[in-house]
Write a protein that binds this ligand. Structure first.
Ligand SMILES: [Zn+2]
Length: 217
């Protein structure tokens, strides 16, 4: 498990594959399988957690986060997350990056469930990931990565640092990336460090355009 040095400057950071997400901004996928319920979009999800998160998962904390995120998305953009599968994985303690960790989640857990293939895989990790980066002044600072998302063709999965104060915001933020949303400086869940659960108007519009896209072939 990566220890966080609280003395060093820790700035939360979220990463998304924005280029991929942006590429699908104007495409609305109209597959027959997409369920339309009076404008409501049901997205099937598989939820998993790693061993560092197990102490919280015992109390179903990860499920509660997804359900709350679903409620928020439903209210804002009419997207409902339907949990079709649950799983667990033993994450590699030597993982140096959250990119690798997400890939591991994908290969070890995958999208298949007892109830069929899920569109999105959501993993919760109790393992904190950091990244060193130079800021505008050239000073090296340590960032804590809160979550990561990878979209079309590369996973349709997100990984959330479950020990962050607001994992629900991170879940909505990363799902937002999968639907084309980008970072904004506005008071929004899409701020680099999510300011709240609410989407700003521009990102809401983008998500509504992509709402019926299909997540896998
Ligand atoms: Zn982001």
């Amino acid at each position: 498990m990566v220890q966080i040095d609280m003395k060093s400057k820790i700035i939360p950071l979220l990463i998304g594959t924005h280029m991929l997400a942006t590429a699908c901004c104007t495409t609305i996928y109209e597959k027959d399988e997409v369920k339309r319920h009076g404008g409501m979009r049901n997205v099937s999800v598989k939820v998993a957690y790693d061993e560092e998160y197990a102490h919280k998962a015992k109390n179903r904390a990860h499920i509660a986060i997804v359900e709350k995120a679903s409620k928020s998305l439903e209210e804002q953009v009419g997207i409902r997350l339907v949990i079709k599968g649950e799983s667990y994985w033993d994450s590699d303690d030597c993982q140096k990056s959250m990119y690798q960790a997400r890939k591991e989640l994908e290969s070890e857990v995958g999208h298949e469930s007892e109830n069929g293939k899920c569109e999105i895989l959501i993993g919760f990790t109790g393992q904190g990931y950091e990244r060193e980066e130079k800021d505008e002044t050239g000073k090296t600072r340590t960032f804590t990565i809160l979550g990561i998302a990878e979209g079309i063709g590369t996973g349709n999965s997100i990984l959330v640092w479950g020990d962050y104060e607001f994992p629900g915001r991170v879940t909505i933020h990363e799902l937002g990336h999968l639907l084309g949303a980008e970072h904004t400086a506005e008071l929004s869940v899409m701020r680099e460090e999510p300011a709240c659960e609410k989407l700003d108007e521009k990102n809401k519009e983008i998500i509504l355009k992509n709402k019926f896209r299909w997540f896998y072939e």
